[in-house]
Ligand binder design. Sequence first.
Ligand code: NDP
Length: 451
Amino acid sequence: MSTQQILEAIGAGATGDEMAAVPLPESYRGLYVLRSETAMFEGMASEDKDPTKSLHVGDVATPEMAPDEVLIANMASSINFNTVWTSIFEPLPTFGFLDRLGKESVWGKRHAQDFHVVGSDSAGVVIRVGNAVRNWKPGAHVTVHCNHVDDQDPSAHDDSMLAANQRIWGFETNYGGLADLSIVKANQLMAKPSHLTWEEAAVNALCASTSYRMLVGRHAATMKQGDVVFVWGATGGIGAYAIQLALNGGAIPVGVVSSPHRVKLLEAMGCAATIDRREENYQFWSDEHTQDESEWRRLGKKVRSLVGEDPDIVFEHPGRQTMGASVFLAKKGGTIVTCAATSGYMIEYDNRHLWMKLKRIVSSHFANYAESWAMNRLLDLGRIQPVLSKTYTLEQAGQAALSVHRNEAEGKLGVLCLSPSEGLGVTDPEKRDRIGEDKITLFQRHARGEL
Ligand code: NDP
């Protein structure tokens, strides 16, 4: 009994019943960190911590499946920044999350292990469903969003991101997507867009849904036609979807990146207003404790020179390095929407610019099921494209995480799990032709130097 039999059944187009009859392996291959190694980088600067040292590929025991869960074969997954955080044990080792989940219920207990299988994205095939699962059957081709939430919590029934026990699958839970198999809740499943390969389908859910909630959903910035949307990290994971959502929704994106190579990619995406922050050499901080307002003004002037006005929305995630500038930059009455703080979470901004100009800072975190579903639909319709730039094997996933940690990659990095090679998984090639190979593979072509 091995995952090979599952792969063969998928390759042979097994029916639901045939898939359900394939024996389950007792263990499977996963990418994990170890509890015993959480102190390995102590005393080192963040940038020197190397995910290739802490991420291991090895076998873990197949967990028992709860009644509201499904077992999926992950054909592909992706690297998210949360895997970087887990692998460098910052800001905290993620074993604390697993231990807390372990105390919550009998099923939660499965997660509290001395290994943590990471990964918060997947495109794959359902191979087993729990006996409380109604809407999915073995054999279904799915993508997985990472909002892990208990639907028996009343607070989950307004906005599930507010549920008391809301967690990010593969970050705050075990048995994540960077593995051959995973257990996920049935309410994390979405139909895989039929025109995408496994790896193209696997990179979207976490980042794209996050950007959707930040810009489009009713809980955050609620972008409208004509809004000027200023996007930091505009060719990065969440930024590249933000630019597409702005263009698709009739807004005017201003994309900030850090090289001419990335400016070229932004232009190819249709983003006319671009800023190369490295070339402009903004120095928002004159020393560790002091920000330089004249540099915020210089950036503001640049934005006005490009689009003629200040941003209605600032899409913020770098955190400490940029938040002062972001608060300054938004137009009177504008919105700064934030979901992260890559460069530091202790934030400083000049509050006068906030209150006197009646701006608001809105927080956002991942997305609820409805928002993830709405985003998946846009991908399925071909209105939004995957931003996969490169694909790695599971054995190379540590290297991919290092590359994200060092800000070396554009868009998203895909990881093949059970899929034996790139390019598989398309079940509607005509739809792919209709949407356009060139559009779907823009980031891959850019990474190969073909733009
Ligand atoms: P990526 O590394 O793919 O992209 C981030 C981009 O931000 C980089 O490409 C870089 O672009 C830019 N950037 C990095 N540091 C700075 C800085 N100091 N100043 C200005 N720009 C900077 O990461 P993601 O887009 O996937 O994630 C970004 C952040 O959002 C991470 O901290 C992640 O953990 C968080 N996140 C939060 C989510 C949530 O649900 N709350 C969900 C997804 C991500 P360039 O150098 O080209 O300017």
